[in-house]
Design a protein around this ligand. Structure first.
Ligand code: SAH
Ligand code: SF4
Length: 439
């Protein structure tokens, strides 16, 4: 979501005459985008801003801070970071050029936390330059969130949920594909509750429409809330040409007691039923999830249930976090205070990660010796003579080029790769030709 916001900010500023540079000495504006979902992310803001204290002495230099921390703290952030000139929340991206003009003309510091009413909200169309477009593009279908997960600050910072009209989504996918993208990831906080404005179209229908875009090879989406994950969306994995076989379905905890206290709206059993259903339809689907350890009141038994769920489902990989108490979250109103000690949280996180490492290794090893279909993204980070790309199940693959001349020659193509080894979070293989016979 933040990558997406930064791309739109870059475009809006380009429209106002700015040009992007990676060199602060050349810049007269530094923009820091921020995340407040966990305390650690929030703590990074001060140190990131601190790096520009000297730079700020340059005549005309302006430091602006956007994103969810700016939304949450507003003027307090200007106090905390005295060399910042402007703070603005995610709803204000369109207005950043005019806010910057005011900062420069009126020589005043501005903090804006204004949010746009649901009825008035319009999405900013992507306006990428051809050189910005990669093989894989992000397209937003929704902003905000109407859920009340007790641990989560997102509804407080990003506001009410608004779905983007389906025609706009399809047009944007077409634009990216025309500029060279081959894969699109539809993004939203809870894509399953998407409802197209002015029609009855739900998320499954949107997927079917995007699947029809000529030239699109792969479609993905994130994030998917388990309580709203429907059989129709599960069937889309089986039926749609482009929908990759990867589903990120954040469970957060394996304990129904904890899930209830998190106000997630599903039980362990309901979650497992949904997983079973989608696996019946697409047996090889790659599942990933998010786990929070040390949620208020999490007992040793609750935690054991999380471990047993991980063993039972066998996710391909997971993101795991220690619980971090956030301001303005329902947990505080429910008097669910951060009562699991830092030591226990750290131990539990390690245990989850240790268990998952073994499961990931087992899951990844099923590809060794197999030929898989890879959408090539470009040069591998590991080596300039290797290319990288992703399988339909979203596994990163680094591979030797075989008869191909360079990674660039293959970028954007679907190729067959024979997997020779599985590393911690990637697969390693060798190019064998165009995909077709590939799995
Ligand atoms: N909308 C997404 C989640 C966005 S936040 C969804 O519903 O899946 C991404 C992840 O951050 C969450 O899935 C959760 O695992 C984690 N997270 C959110 N708030 C947190 C908190 N207060 N402490 C620890 N982890 C948190
Ligand atoms: Fe947060 Fe829950 Fe909304 Fe995800 S669905 S953004 S976890 S409130």
């Amino acid at each position: 979501m933040n990558d997406y916001d930064v791309a739109r900010l870059t475009e809006v500023l380009r429209g106002d005459g700015y040009e992007r540079t990676e060199n602060p000495d050349e810049a007269d504006l530094v923009l820091i985008n921020t995340c407040s979902v966990r305390e650690k992310a929030e703590a990074k803001v001060a140190s990131a801003a601190g790096r520009y204290r000297e730079w700020k002495h340059k005549p005309g230099a302006v430091l602006a801070i956007g994103g969810c921390v700016a939304q949450q703290e507003g003027a307090k952030l200007l106090k905390r970071i005295p060399h910042a000139d402007l703070t603005f929340g995610p709803d204000q991206i369109k207005n950043v050029p005019s806010l910057l003009q005011r900062v420069r003309a009126e020589r005043q510091r501005i903090a804006t936390t204004a949010v746009i009413d649901v009825e008035d909200y319009t999405f900013l169309d992507a306006d990428p330059q051809p050189s910005d477009v990669k093989v894989s593009a992000l397209v937003t279908i929704q902003k905000g969130c109407d859920n009340h997960c007790a641990f989560c600050i997102v509804p407080a910072t990003r506001g009410r949920e608004v779905s983007r009209p389906a025609d706009e989504v399809v047009a944007e996918v077409q634009r990216f594909v025309a500029l060279g993208a081959r894969e699109v990831t539809l993004i939203g906080q809870n894509v399953n509750s998407y409802h197209a404005i002015g029609t009855d179209d739900d998320f499954a229908e949107l997927l079917a429409r995007v699947d029809g875009v000529a030239g699109l090879e792969r479609l993905r989406f994130t994030t998917s809330h388990p309580k709203d994950f429907t059989p129709q969306v599960a069937r889309a994995f089986r039926d749609l040409r482009t929908l990759g076989s990867w589903l990120h379905l954040p469970v957060q905890s394996g304990s129904s007691r904890t899930l209830k206290r998190m106000v997630r709206g599903y039980t362990r059993e309901e979650y497992l039923e949904k997983v079973e259903y989608v696996r019946q339809l697409v047996p090889d689907i790659s599942l990933t999830t998010d786990i929070i350890v040390g949620y208020p009141g999490e007992s040793a038994e609750d935690f054991a249930e999380t471990l047993s769920l991980l063993e039972r489902v066998e996710f391909d990989s997971i993101y795991s976090f220690e619980y971090s108490e956030r301001p303005e979250t329902p947990a505080l109103k429910l008097k669910l205070y951060d009562d699991v000690s830092a030591e226990i949280k750290a131990e539990r996180l390690q245990e989850v990660q240790r268990l998952q490492r073994g499961i990931t290794a087992r899951r990844f090893s099923r590809y060794v010796g197999q030929e898989v279909e890879v959408l090539v993204e470009g040069e591998s980070r590991a080596s300039r003579t290797q290319a990288c790309g992703r399988t339909r199940g979203n596994h990163m693959v680094n591979f030797h080029l075989g008869a191909a001349k360079s990674p660039a020659e293959l970028a954007g193509q679907l190729v067959g790769v024979t997997i020779e080894a599985a590393r911690t979070n990637t697969l390693v293989g060798r190019w064998v030709g165009r995909a077709g016979a590939a799995a």
